[in-house]
Design a protein around this ligand. Structure first.
Ligand code: KG4
Ligand code: ZN
Length: 372
């Protein structure tokens, strides 16, 4: 890889001058914007080492994901130190493969978009360092991307007609946010979780009922054999907020139920627990999202993040949106969980606005949406 990058760079340095800031600012009207910009996306915020090449902000030419799930399954969850080490081992290979599958050379890339937060700081640093090294050596502009902005942007990939404004529910292992997407790159958070993220609740409940890590897809599958009305788990309301979420009470309620059954020496029907837990999550997500759509008079709704690949959640939103005449958008499962194509898409819209990052770009573990 090092040799290959060296070769790319030698050619590029001779043929292409570094785009200065002024030129980037005027890109909107420039000749350059007429061609379809090629963005190399890089994502390493958690346990996926990913790189992708996206053309014109919406066409994915390659989307390479090296998942570390098997490694972390041994420990029942993501081990940050192991994640960082694995990213270091894989990052060059994954980037090279993304370029190869897209049939593009580094010198053809217009900008490098990289996730710089939020996430595991050591893991983020690997992607940010790789992106900065290539940006510096090959003189390709760098664009730091917020991970949630990436998840939201995953919806643009397969829905060419989707344009802001719309409401997006981002539900992943680290986040549960209701975001009003006012324009490209312009967000207002209407609601967020006060404690656990939805995916975190799935993972914790799955562990408690012996399904292992990652819990979301396992609960999704086994819940299909269970009765969602079998056990009533609470639907939490958060004080002083119609749109905030709270999932830790639900998780505790499932644990209490399991302990109670154990004390009584009664058998637990795992599919019923999974289906009833899932129903409680779905009800709250649908309820809050529909209320926000109504209050803000928004008629387009999208979901994003790993949990958005859940079949019960998708089905519930299909029905609810149909009933309320809301246009509903959702990404394919591969674009719901962490990937670099979504980062390239978000980076494309930032880059088009002339927003680039300097080589002082750093990993920010708790980066807030809208902060730069
Ligand atoms: O977006 P993502 O890949 O990473 C973060 O940014 O956190 O989301 C991972 C989360 C995990 O908690 C996983 O259990 C959950 O998404 N997940 C699911 C499903 N597939 C993944 N949760 C519910 N149902 C699924 N089918
Ligand atoms: Zn994510």
């Amino acid at each position: 890889m090092k040799k290959a990058i060296g070769r790319f760079l030698a050619g590029r340095l001779q043929t292409k001058k570094y785009m200065n800031k002024k030129k980037i600012d005027s890109l909107e009207n420039a000749e350059d914007m007429k061609k379809d910009l090629l963005i190399l996306g890089i994502e390493t915020s958690c346990d996926e080492t990913a790189a992708a090449v996206v053309c014109g902000g919406r066409t994915v030419l390659s989307n390479v994901i090296y998942s570390q799930i098997d490694l972390h399954t041994l420990y029942g969850g993501v081990v940050p130190e192991i994640a960082s080490r694995k990213h270091i081992e894989k990052i060059d290979q994954v980037i090279e493969q993304a370029l190869k599958e897209a049939d593009k050379k580094l010198e053809e890339i217009d900008a490098i978009a990289v996730t710089y937060g939020p996430g595991l700081v050591g893991a983020l640093l690997v992607g940010v360092s790789a992106a900065k090294a290539i940006s510096y050596a090959a003189k390709i502009p760098l664009v730091g991307v917020h991970h949630i902005e990436g998840h939201i942007s995953a919806n643009f990939i397969e829905n060419p007609d989707l344009e802001p404004p719309f409401l997006c529910l981002v539900v992943s292992g680290g986040h549960s946010h209701l975001v009003f997407v006012k324009a490209y790159g312009e967000y207002e958070i209407l609601g967020r979780t006060r404690d656990d993220a939805a995916g975190e609740a799935y993972d914790k409940v799955a562990r408690a009922i012996g399904l292992g890590y990652p819990g979301g897809p396992k609960i999704d599958k086994i819940a299909k054999e269970g009765n969602p009305e079998a056990i009533h788990f609470p639907r939490a309301k958060v004080e002083n907020s119609n749109f905030d979420f709270s999932f830790s009470g639900l998780k505790s309620s499932v644990l209490n139920y399991l302990n109670g059954m154990k004390m009584k020496e009664e058998p637990v029907h795992i599919p019923d627990v999974a289906a009833s837990f899932q129903k409680a999550v779905v009800d709250v997500l649908v309820d809050h999202s529909m209320a926000a759509l109504k209050e803000y008079h928004i008629n387009k709704f999208a979901i994003a993040g790993g949990v958005a690949s859940n079949s019960a959640i998708r089905e519930a939103f299909v029905q609810a949106c149909k009933k309320s005449e809301i246009e509903f958008y959702y990404p394919s499962p591969v674009y719901c969980t962490d990937n670099a194509a979504m980062i390239a898409v978000a980076g494309y819209y930032d880059f088009k606005k002339g927003m680039t990052s300097g080589l002082d770009l750093n990993a920010v573990a708790n980066l807030k949406l809208g902060e730069r």
